[in-house]
Design a protein around this ligand. Structure first.
Ligand code: GLV
Length: 315
């Protein structure tokens, strides 16, 4: 049986597939660097905030042991999948099981940002609420407004279903024509038409800072930006400027460039709802994700094809 490095404690039951298959689970003690630990293991189960770069992969690959890296997340921009492919290391992720949970969180941000819920709650907590006022805490209705989805994978589609229930018109844009109602070919057109824009693309070289100053300038001054994808898809400095100058109404963010560090300018920006990357954070979903990630390691080490191997980009 193999030795499997699990970089962080997993939710209850998450390790069961490894233990039932008889693998030895190794944890990362605070003093051991990932590259050091990768040298003597057959598999790694990691989280999205573990950087599995060429150094770590080569350390594992050079011992000839490391066969699989399994990320308990749908996004795997933290893993150098092309180097892994050249070393014959399979990379797996956990798509599908977190769609509804993450879409709930995205929609929570759609509502909270449009209704300026964080500002209102802050006023209450900090003693500034003096009672019901007819002109106080006025946000924007989502009913009858237009939601623009950038990317149209499983999570975006789950957000679209929710938006339809709230009486929103839904547009989407992707690189290739979906042929489905609401498809808009040009990102710029979607940005100009939508009242709320929600981002659902993976972080790649071509989506880094996909939403920068030029794109924000295309959005209505009454529009809201939602990001539950990856922080670096948005140029945060440009976002802060748009919020400060009032050329964008509000933002709801769950992800940040360089998280968990957050740009102080973003913390100070007006009309923002900021959450600490909790898109998939329910007990049920995180348990399924953990089990799926450990099961994938068992599959690869047993010579079976895992359910969700990641395809290298060739970059
Ligand atoms: C969360 O961000 C994930 O990629 O699963």
């Amino acid at each position: 049986m193999g030795r499997v490095l699990v970089t962080h404690p997993l939710p209850d039951g998450g390790l069961d597939p490894l233990l039932e298959a008889g693998h030895q689970v190794v944890s990362l003690d605070g003093s051991t660097a990932l590259a050091g630990a990768a040298g003597g293991v057959d598999g790694i189960v990691c989280l999205l905030n573990d950087r599995i770069d060429a150094r770590v992969l080569r350390a594992g690959g050079s011992s000839g042991l490391l066969k699989v890296v399994s990320v308990a997340a749908v996004g795997y921009d933290n893993v150098d999948v092309d180097v892994a492919a050249t070393l014959g290391i399979t990379v797996c992720n956990t798509p599908g099981v977190l769609d509804e949970t993450t879409a709930d969180l995205a929609f929570l941000l759609v509502l909270a940002a449009n209704r300026l819920a964080s500002d209102a709650e802050r006023d209450l907590r900090e003693g500034r609420w003096k009672g019901w006022g007819i002109s106080d805490h006025l946000g924007r209705d989502v009913q009858g407004s237009c939601l623009g989805l950038v990317g149209y994978g499983r999570i975006a589609r789950a957000v679209a279903r929710r938006a339809q229930g709230f009486g929103m018109e839904v547009l989407h844009t992707t690189r290739s024509d979906t042929g489905e109602p609401g498809y808009v070919a040009r990102l710029g057109e979607l940005l100009a038409r939508a009242d709320t824009v929600s981002l659902h693309v993976p972080l790649t070289a071509s989506t880094r800072h996909l939403i920068g100053a030029a794109e924000l300038a295309l959005m209505k001054p009454t529009a809201v930006l939602i990001n539950t994808a990856r922080g670096a898809v948005v140029d945060e400095r440009a976002l802060v400027a748009a919020l400060e100058h009032g050329t964008l109404y509000a933002a709801g963010l769950d992800v940040y460039d360089g998280e968990p560090a957050i740009d102080p300018a973003l913390l100070a920006a007006p009309r923002t709802v900021l959450l600490p990357h909790i898109g998939s954070a329910t007990t049920e979903t995180r348990t399924v994700m953990a089990r799926m990630a450990t099961q994938a390691v068992c599959d690869v080490l047993a010579g079976r094809t895992p359910d969700h191997p990641v395809v290298p980009t060739g970059g």
